[in-house]
Design a protein around this ligand. Sequence first.
Ligand SMILES: Nc1ncnc2c1ncn2[C@@H]1O[C@H](COP(=O)(O)OP(=O)(O)OP(=O)(O)O)[C@@H](O)[C@H]1O
Length: 259
Amino acid sequence: MSKRIDVKDLNVYYSSFLAVEDISINIEAKSVTAFIGPSGCGKSTFLRTLNRMHEVIPGGRVEGEVLLDGDNLYEAGVDPVNVRSQIGMVFQRPNPFPTMSIKDNVLAGVKLNNRRIPRSDAEELVEKSLRGANLWNEVKDRLDKPGSGLSGGQQQRLCIARTIAVKPDVILMDEPCSALDPISTLAIEDLINELKSDYTVVIVTHNMQQAARVSDKTAFFNIAGTGKPGKLIEYAETATIFSNPSVKATEDYVSGRFG
Ligand SMILES: Nc1ncnc2c1ncn2[C@@H]1O[C@H](COP(=O)(O)OP(=O)(O)OP(=O)(O)O)[C@@H](O)[C@H]1O
């Protein structure tokens, strides 16, 4: 299942430092949304508020609302662990458990969520998740070998398989290709394109060609200066952001004049 995200008046803090200010944004289900902007404007910080990972950092807190199909993730009584199983995350550096087998890596997230699964179901889930991550054909003959034996691009797809196995509604990706070579990057981009038929995908990227290639909508964030909060400057169809943005700062950024 895929769900929409509506963010209302969100402020994001590290202790007393306001890192991201007053974000409101509506992200459609079954779409890919790219977050772009110069370093330090708060893209990753904001991304982490979408599955309550921000509060894991000491002093990390938010004001405002993040609604997943209308349900506020920050309402009292909501279990953040449950939120993170609905909204999965893929990080910059592939982070499979190195000594764990490929198969167990795929199942690791499911087991962390304390779900017990019978062996035959587990095998089916492993295959389905690896197929979903476009990795099955490359690893089907070595499922019991350690995840660390894979290439960087394969490891990142393994991490995506691990995320998919939990059956999330949304997949957040924080610069998922920044540690990968161009071929592996294209494999991940193809995969993102396929993932959007089942999931809502949000990706932070520094690579503007990548944003243009993979996303339906793009959000441009900016920062007025060091110590100032990051803000959402413009959010529109990706084609509009790259060819006909409304705000001068967006145009300057996408045309490479700063950042
Ligand atoms: N753990 C932290 N504690 C305190 N401040 C932090 C922490 N992480 C990030 N920040 C600050 O929050 C602001 C936003 O950082 P963030 O990493 O979200 O930006 P970004 O746009 O993702 O940057 P980049 O593109 O370089 O990854 C910056 O001023 C940063 O220094």
